[in-house]
Design a protein around this ligand. Structure first.
Ligand code: ADP
Ligand code: MG
Length: 541
């Protein structure tokens, strides 16, 4: 069996509930295999690629084996870097949500040692640390190894790569003979095997191999986004492609619930599907999905597994999937029965590495695409609407409506104004509603830059040098909130009380919308398109 459910693993109720709260629906393969063996007391070599949940694979059974009444050190976990040590402690802390009698202390370089000494003195059953700092504490005798029963080497390959071999051995020889040693790694070098031979007894070798997968032939794109801009990005994609059915994947149940709420709040017909739903609820959602009452179905990988719907136009990975297999399963939801499908993946910062792994493994190309701007969305929606309008005129049967128009004309309204108001009414978008005035002012363009013909628009910001705002704060805020990189922006002129900023025309609406409720350096800053005369005059000195 590949995946076990956590409820089937005989975990203590506290840990089980904590895992479920973390949004994990089922154990990953490495977790399914490692957890029972570690709980039996076996030594383990666990190999599976990055992102497959190795932390919980040792974290869960480790915490299950700790004796809460014994305040002495029982488990020592070595991690290659401070960041990883912190990450692992955070995961442990989450696992301990309903257990307050186990103390976990992270120790790593770069943090004042006195603080760590104090923390250790209070008694910690679990210590998570980097090899250098652990040795430091051993020398100071603030960390005593003689009660350690479980020793875990996390990301062992990386530790050896970083030259920690000797340190690790020095630590391992200090541990009492009777103990359990776990080693987890994405790759296994001969060096690691050498350590395991010397320090492990009769270890069980768990290796999770990747399955061969066939990737459907569909267009795959990714967007470089920030967590904060994902929702906006998703709604733009939906607005532009107008799918009959879109399927959106999140990595946890909570993310599904949150996203569904946000989408519904914006007026989309969205429903969620995940393991917490009762069968009756699931059936209801699926029925709505099939008969077209839903345009967006948001799901976790597990919940989606049972679904069989053919005509999904778009799959969107709101979160980069945990592993390559999930990716292939997810995008395989579209492009069925000979239809054309598209798959989009949102990628935040370093997740690009995960995505590259996916590309390498699936041997497919996922092409980066620029996120559509609000102006793009508007233009496409407008074109589609105008086409519909022309069809309507062709079709005729308009007498009833012509009478209405005539009534208004009798009241001295102008036919063009009437038509324009109707268009506005139909095309209005919550995001750009209040920006129509911009088009009337004709957006005050600055000179063309560098002859590339890209027109820039000057924006006015209601804060400047006196508020201690610097150019990089403005660039940073826009990058953060709107996702537009600094290099896309034009010149920034800071004055005492205000600032002028030149931006490409296509981004004006995105910036005005995205920065509406944002503070720069903790100050609420109002942004608008600069009035031509005002900016000229002010730029004169
Ligand atoms: P690894 O150490 O194998 O690289 P991690 O332990 O860091 O992987 O886990 C990667 C991510 O997957 C983390 O965000 C973790 O919370 C999450 N995760 C772990 N196990 C599961 C699970 N069973 N279901 C869903 N997410 C999980
Ligand atoms: Mg890890």
């Amino acid at each position: 069996m590949e995946h076990l459910r956590f409820e089937e693993m005989n975990l203590s109720p506290e840990i089980c509930q904590a895992v479920l709260d973390m949004g994990f629906e089922e154990a990953t393969p490495i977790q399914s295999q490692a957890i029972p063996l570690v709980r039996e007391g076996k030594d383990i070599i666990g190999q599976s690629q990055t992102g497959t949940g190795k932390t919980a694979a040792f974290g869960i059974p480790c915490l299950e084996r700790i004796q809460p009444d014994d305040r002495r050190l029982q488990a020592l976990i070595l991690c290659p870097t401070r960041e990883l040590a912190i990450q692992v402690s955070e995961e442990f802390r989450k696992l301990l949500k309903y257990k307050d009698n186990i103390r976990v202390v992270p120790i790593y370089g770069g943090q004042p040692i006195d603080r760590q000494i104090l923390a250790l003195k209070k008694g910690a059953q679990v210590v998570i640390g980097t090899p250098g700092r652990v040795m430091d504490h051993m020398r100071r005798r603030t960390l005593k190894m003689d009660t350690v029963q479980m020793m875990i080497l996390d990301e062992a390959d990386e530790m050896l790569d970083m030259g920690f071999r000797e340190d690790i051995e020095t630590i391992l020889v200090k541990i009492p003979k009777e103990h359990q040693t776990l080693l987890f790694s994405a790759t296994l070098s001969p060096e690691i095997l050498d350590i395991t031979k010397r320090f492990q007894k009769d270890p069980e070798f768990i290796k999770i191999v990747r399955k061969e997968l066939t990737v459907p032939n569909i267009e795959q794109y990714y967007f470089d986004v920030r967590e904060k801009t994902k929702l906006e990005a998703l709604t733009r994609i939906i607005d532009i492609y107008m799918p009959n059915l879109a399927m959106v994947f999140c990595n946890t149940k909570k993310r599904v619930d949150d996203l569904v709420e946000l989408l519904q709040g914006r007026g989309y017909f969205a429903e969620g599907l995940h393991g917490d739903l009762k069968q009756a609820q699931r059936d209801k959602v699926m029925q709505k999905f099939r008969n077209g009452t839903i345009e967006i179905l948001v799901a976790t990988d597990v919940a989606a597994r049972g679904i069989d719907v053919d005509d999904i136009d778009i799959v969107c990975n709101y979160d980069v999937p945990q592993d390559e297999e999930y990716y292939v399963h997810r995008i395989g939801r579209t492009g069925r029965a000979g239809r054309k499908g598209k798959a989009f993946t949102f990628c935040v910062g370093k997740e690009i590495y995960k995505l590259r792994d996916i590309m390498r493994y699936t041997k497919t190309k996922i092409v980066q695409q620029k996120l559509p701007t609000l102006s793009d969305v508007e233009e496409i929606k407008t074109n589609i609407f105008l086409e519909k309008l022309k069809d309507q005129i062709q079709e005729g049967y308009l007498t009833k409506y012509i009478n209405l128009v005539e009534r208004l004309i009798e009241e001295e309204y102008d036919a063009i104004d009437i038509a324009a108001a109707l268009l506005k009414h139909n095309l209005a978008d919550v995001r750009t509603d209040d920006m129509d005035a911009l088009d009337d002012i004709n957006c005050n363009e600055t000179d063309n830059y560098g002859g590339d013909g890209e027109s820039m628009v000057r924006l006015f910001l209601s804060a400047g040098k006196k508020s201690k705002i610097r150019a990089k704060d403005i660039v940073g805020a826009i990058a953060n909130e709107v996702g537009i990189p600094g290099k896309a922006l034009g010149s920034i002129d800071l004055f005492d009380d205000y600032t002028f900023l030149d931006v490409p025309r296509e981004y004006v609406k995105d910036i005005l919308y995205g920065m509406k409720h944002t503070k720069i350096k903790n100050k609420r800053v109002h942004i608008e398109v600069a009035k031509k005369d005002k900016s000229k005059k002010k730029r004169a000195y």
